[in-house]
Design a protein around this ligand. Structure first.
Ligand code: SAM
Length: 218
């Protein structure tokens, strides 16, 4: 795995493009600038790594579009040392971005083959997150509460269990909608245990499956 001068240049251009699209959090942009996205692509598709597009990673799943990764990460308002649950490890790219921000990441993936691949690849890269295989639509209660929870698949509704697993002051970022389009939602648990809800633009994610997601075909 080589991160050449050319790759770094392409990454800088991508980061500038994201800035132009309204991502104005310098810390998040720097994190995207540090993680070699081409490491997540097989050699024949390297040309796609620094385009602002989602891309298939097998098993009918995708590595999210860089703009989406940046937008969701920005909404999470991560501080160094935050305990973060990511639901939908996928390729592991988003997990690396969260770790670059200094988060202590718990990441859960439903698909066994993606789980195994991401876990071994990230550990090899030196990103020692806590990896789990299972149904993240229920959250990961054993290690809760979390400062932030990020859902990287489209949910039909906001699972109550996820809100319950937030610390006071914690943020949940989750795309909610139908199978074609989902609205990005941020829910914050206030210090007095109440909630605020904000809605942002529409995105298009692969479905969140499992108990509080869409019915799985498995
Ligand atoms: N964060 C990923 C990345 O950086 O590559 C992108 C994730 S992809 C858009 C969504 C992922 O969510 C898929 O890998 C899918 O298998 C996973 N997923 C769907 N439902 C899930 C569930 N209930 N629990 C855990 N993972 C789930």
């Amino acid at each position: 795995m080589i991160d050449s001068y050319k790759h770094r240049g392409l990454r800088r251009s991508l980061v500038n493009k994201l800035k132009g699209k309204g991502i104005d959090d310098a810390i998040v942009l720097e994190a995207l600038g540090r993680v070699p996205r081409h490491f997540f692509f097989s050699p024949e598709f390297l040309g796609h790594a620094y385009q602002d597009k989602a891309f298939p990673i097998g098993e009918g799943q995708t590595i999210s579009q860089p703009y989406t990764v940046a937008f969701q990460t920005m909404l999470l308002q991560i501080k160094k040392g935050d305990k973060v649950l990511e639901i939908g490890t996928g390729s592991g790219y988003q997990c690396c971005i969260l770790m670059e921000l200094g988060a202590d990441v718990y990441t859960i993936e439903y698909n066994k083959s993606l789980f195994q691949k991401a876990k071994s690849f990230l550990i090899k890269m030196g990103y020692n997150a806590q990896f789990f295989m299972g149904d993240g639509s229920k959250g990961l209660k054993t290690f809760s509460p979390y400062d932030a929870i990020l859902v990287t698949a489209g949910a039909p509704t906001v699972p109550k269990s996820l809100i319950e697993q937030l610390k006071p002051g914690g943020r949940l970022v989750i795309p909610v909608g139908n199978d074609k389009s989902q609205k990005m939602i941020r829910i914050e648990k206030t210090m007095d245990g109440k909630f605020t809800k904000e809605e942002f633009a529409n995105f298009s994610f692969v479905p969140l499956v499992g108990e509080f997601g869409w019915k799985s075909s498995k």
